[in-house]
Design a protein around this ligand. Structure first.
Ligand SMILES: Cc1cc2nc3c(=O)[nH]c(=O)nc-3n(C[C@H](O)[C@H](O)[C@H](O)COP(=O)(O)O)c2cc1C
Length: 190
């Protein structure tokens, strides 16, 4: 099967971030289709242990957003410079709005191995490519969501408080959070 350039361009052009959703839950087969698209993306080294877990429990999502909001507020409070503190607060305005979303995809990858960290220090992530692979797979997720009549939006803002997020999301120590993707039926679409 060959996909046409026109089809791809249409998909790329119509996809836009969605931040307002209908309260409708995502069906199991829809979640399975999203997972299948995610799994098709290329990965550095062929395997960076990418994972995409969907949170659809509204109470858990609500709590996660609330905890992130609080952790971010505490983080801002600890910034010594009044100017930087205010800049950071404004920067964070669009980070924790996902509490009422129908689903949140949690994208993780394996951290760089010990030998690479020993040799390259904090630059180990560059050749490892785990988070870039995760980002590519997230884009496959965005495009799949579009074809399934869903809206979606990537979120890296919540990673300002990555420790809080990783703890609450039970991410294993050898993995890291790459990004979150909010997904659902668009408001007024059904
Ligand atoms: C890696 C990445 C991280 C993003 N993080 C956030 C975020 O934390 N909060 C948010 O509201 N939007 C976030 N976005 C959405 C962007 O703001 C949006 O993609 C951009 O403004 C372009 O708009 P479009 O997606 O409608 O084309 C993110 C997008 C990407 C690709």
């Amino acid at each position: 099967m060959s996909a046409s350039y026109e089809t791809l361009m249409t998909l790329l052009q119509v996809r836009r971030s969605c931040r307002e959703f209908a309260p409708h839950r995502l069906e199991e087969d829809v979640l399975a289709s999203l997972e299948a698209a995610f799994a098709q993306a290329p990965q550095a080294g062929g395997d960076r242990h990418l994972a995409c877990h969907f949170i659809t429990d509204s109470a858990r999502l609500h709590k996660l957003a609330e905890a992130g909001t609080q952790a971010f507020a505490d983080f801002c409070d600890r910034i010594p410079s009044a100017f930087a503190r205010e800049e950071m607060r404004q920067y964070g305005e669009n980070f924790f709005w996902f509490g009422n979303a129908p689903a949140l995809a949690v994208v993780t990858c394996r951290k760089p191995p010990a030998f690479l960290q020993a040799v390259m220090g904090d630059k180990a992530a560059l050749p490892w490519g785990g988070d870039l692979s995760g980002a590519m797979a997230a884009f496959a997720l965005l495009l799949a969501a579009q074809t399934l009549g869903l809206g979606a939006c990537c979120l890296t803002g919540p990673l300002t408080v990555w420790r809080e997020m990783e703890t609450r999301l039970d991410i294993p120590k050898h993995d890291q959070l790459v990004l979150l993707v909010v997904i659902g039926y668009k408001k007024d679409s059904i």
